[in-house]
Design a protein. Structure first.
Length: 422
């Protein structure tokens, strides 16, 4: 029986496995390394985060993105976006050098067993571990507007469903959303000859500004320090002090998690959108239907009805919602043992342990506990160190060979019991 099973081999899973191995734990990690970046992002996309804020985490800090770029004759420079292809290759390099051998099979289910948990792989093998870290990324949590739910996959998809956009050459595509995924997807579509429009609920598009120089007068730095989530003291707090964010009242955390760093496009994609993409603001889809092989969309604005039109395909770049119900690989009894907040997002302790003892969470699913940094690669470093510390504490708490206790929801003293639901 392993000390720790890590489910997921993206930036968070790889970072956790690296820290766990360095701590002397017997760890097994499952998943196709960097699968989301290799399989769910079209060619030509770039990371929105700065290169220096896009490092995977190894305890000795030997395998950062800058080191990878230097070894391969590239430069990771402030203010210069890194391509998705480069970042995915970096992650594979990290996996080869900083992580024990990755088992590339997917895990189909995780359930409790005497002394810990058992994971069943896609080919039916059972592997047991005393603890489990779920680092499943964002794909299980895709959010598509309810008005589109009745359409088949040939007519509607999520922005994360595409490795490339070639199938839409010469077509008419409507992209729903006003954030980076929507705007960059629309730009790539327009540049390949697709007729594309963006449909967004907001009254105007928001654009991130060009980041200030890395070296600048100290007064400017003091007024708006750099951080892994952008300039400014508020962003600095979110990015650099997730533990402090965790100490805020639950209602405050939930509000910030839902609203901070709202939809916005990167500065380097703005001209590509404004020069080539039709944008329909202040509207959303009211109903959608298929007729003659095309999708008919009826829209509504904040103040009135909107235009109706037909399109060949709808891409919903409408984000992700990390509820416990979408952790479908967990056995029902384990999933029912998860305490959740009012938004049905799982509780995570100060060491990333869920209310089910021995089951740890990482990534997007912890954003309501630790803040917006958990939506980005930048949060992996804090998560990996703190989570592995929690795993070691859990292993001391539950000696090998003993049964895992029933979930008790060891909620921190700051959280009123009535604020967390099962």
């Amino acid at each position: 029986m392993y000390d720790l099973l890590v489910v997921g081999a993206g930036p968070y899973g790889l970072s956790i496995a690296s820290h766990a191995a360095d701590a002397g734990l017997d760890v097994r990690i499952f998943g196709r390394p960097m699968a989301s970046w290799r399989d769910h992002m079209p060619r030509g996309m770039f990371l929105k985060s700065e290169p220096w804020a896009s490092n995977l985490s190894d305890p000795r800090r030997r395998y950062g993105l800058a080191e990878y770029c230097t070894r391969n004759g590239m430069e990771a420079r402030h203010g210069q976006p890194i391509s998705v292809e480069t970042f995915a290759s970096y992650g594979l390099w990290f996996a080869q050098h900083a992580v024990p051998d990755v088992d590339e099979r997917m895990v189909a289910s995780v359930s409790a067993c005497p002394g810990g948990f058992e994971a069943v792989t896609e080919d039916g093998q059972t592997v047991r571990g005393r603890t489990v870290a779920l680092a499943v990324g964002v794909i299980p949590f895709v959010e598509i507007p309810s008005a589109l739910h009745g359409l088949g996959t040939e007519h509607v998809s999520h922005s994360s469903h595409h490795r490339d956009l070639d199938r839409f050459r010469g077509k008419d595509v409507t992209v729903i959303g006003g954030g980076q995924a929507a705007l960059e997807t629309a730009a790539l579509l327009a540049e390949q000859g697709t007729r594309v429009r963006v449909l967004a609920r907001s009254r105007r598009l928001s654009w991130n500004s060009v980041p200030p120089e890395w070296k600048r007068p100290w007064r400017e730095s003091a007024r708006a320090p750099h951080s892994g989530l952008g300039c400014g003291w508020r962003n600095w707090f979110y990015a650099e002090v997730p533990g402090g964010f965790r100490r805020l009242p639950e209602a405050t955390r939930a509000r910030i998690s839902a609203s901070a760093l709202g939809p916005a496009g990167a500065w380097w994609v703005r001209e590509r959108v404004e020069s080539r993409v039709e944008v329909l603001l202040d509207h959303e889809v009211a109903t959608a239907s298929v007729a003659g092989g095309r999708v008919r969309l009826e829209t509504v604005g904040n103040a009135s009805g909107g235009p109706d039109f037909e399109t060949d395909h709808v891409i919903a770049a409408t984000g992700f919602r990390a509820t416990s119900a979408r952790l479908g690989l967990l056995a029902p009894d384990v999933r029912r043992g998860l305490a959740v907040n009012a938004a049905q997002e799982p509780y995570a302790s100060v060491e990333f342990e869920s209310s089910y003892p021995g089951l740890f969470l990482a990534g997007l699913v912890t954003a309501s506990s630790f803040g917006p940094a958990m939506r980005f690669v930048h949060g992996a470093s804090f998560t990996a160190g703190r989570l592995v510390r929690g795993v070691r504490r859990s292993l001391r708490r539950t000696p090998l060979g003993t049964a895992v206790p029933a979930p008790v929801g060891e909620l921190d003293r700051r959280t009123p019991l009535g604020a967390v639901k099962r």
